[in-house]
Design a binder for this molecule. Structure first.
Ligand SMILES: [Zn+2]
Ligand SMILES: [Zn+2]
Length: 256
């Protein structure tokens, strides 16, 4: 069983009801480190061993620099950060550069730093305990990926931020174990142009793709932009009658 906790699943901030992308897998792994990280108390933060990033946009990494800083009093193990090599390069150059934030890969010392930035394996999945993580293709205009997460013959697929991306859906078609897809839908119909410009999904593109998935696969819609959540939900429910389409709020827990 995979426990998925939606710490942040909004496309932006605004009030206590919105937190940006961060999902906990079991208790020690995060996918992305947006403002949803702030849902965790110090003890919970200290248990995080791995963070897998989809891309380096600020809504997905905002709390990464703050995460280890919060637990220096109670944690001495290095936090392992995993991402595409090009995403690691962006973090080194633009975040942990001793200007925006201290270089936590050398503090307190280079042999046992706060964080280590790791490129994902070039081939084959990343095995963390009994979980396996594989990058999935994304189309976001910058280095970006989704993830397939697998454990005990069950898998979940995370789109990350993306416009439509045929290789992502090909991978899902071949995945007989797939229990759920966690799919972004940033914009409602009336903002399809904005979706295209920013390489995000809109309602009609999502509806088209979800109709092609087996009905047993749950669809969890995330990254709705602030103020458009209800509009997107209504449009998708209307477009996909009878399908298992879920609209999580942060804090929600799913087990697959
Ligand atoms: Zn993005
Ligand atoms: Zn985003």
């Amino acid at each position: 069983m995979i426990k998925l906790r939606m710490l942040g699943c909004n496309g932006g901030i605004g009030g206590p009801g919105r937190r940006t992308t961060c999902y906990a897998i079991d208790d020690n792994i995060l996918i992305d480190a947006g403002t949803g990280v702030g849902e965790l108390d110090l003890q919970q933060l200290s248990r995080i061993d791995h963070v897998l990033l989809t891309h380096a946009h600020i809504d997905h990494i905002a709390c990464l620099p703050l995460l280890t800083d919060a637990v220096t009093a109670i944690r001495s193990e290095t936090l392992q950060v995993w991402a595409l090599p090009a995403v690691i390069d962006i973090l080194v150059k633009h975040v942990f550069n001793d200007l925006v934030w201290p270089d936590f890969t050398k503090i307190p010392n280079a042999s046992k730093p706060f964080i280590t930035l790791n490129a994902l394996p070039e081939s084959g999945p990343l095995q963390l305990g009994d979980l396996r993580f594989s990058p999935l293709a994304a189309n976001h205009g910058i280095p970006a990926c989704g993830y397939r997460v697998e454990k005990n013959q069950v898998s979940l697929a995370f789109s990350g931020d993306t416009a439509d991306c045929p290789p992502f859906w090909s991978a899902l078609e071949q995945d007989a174990q797939l229990a759920a897809v966690i799919l972004e839908c940033s914009y409602p119909r009336r903002m399809v142009d904005m979706a295209k410009i920013s390489r995000h999904f809109d309602v009609d593109s999502v509806a088209h793709r979800l109709r092609g998935l087996p009905e047993k696969v749950a669809s969890i819609v995330v990254h709705r932009k602030p103020g458009m959540e209800e509009e997107i939900e209504e449009e998708l429910k209307q477009a996909l009658p009878g399908r298992d389409v879920r609209f999580p709020v942060h804090g929600q827990v799913y087990e697959f």
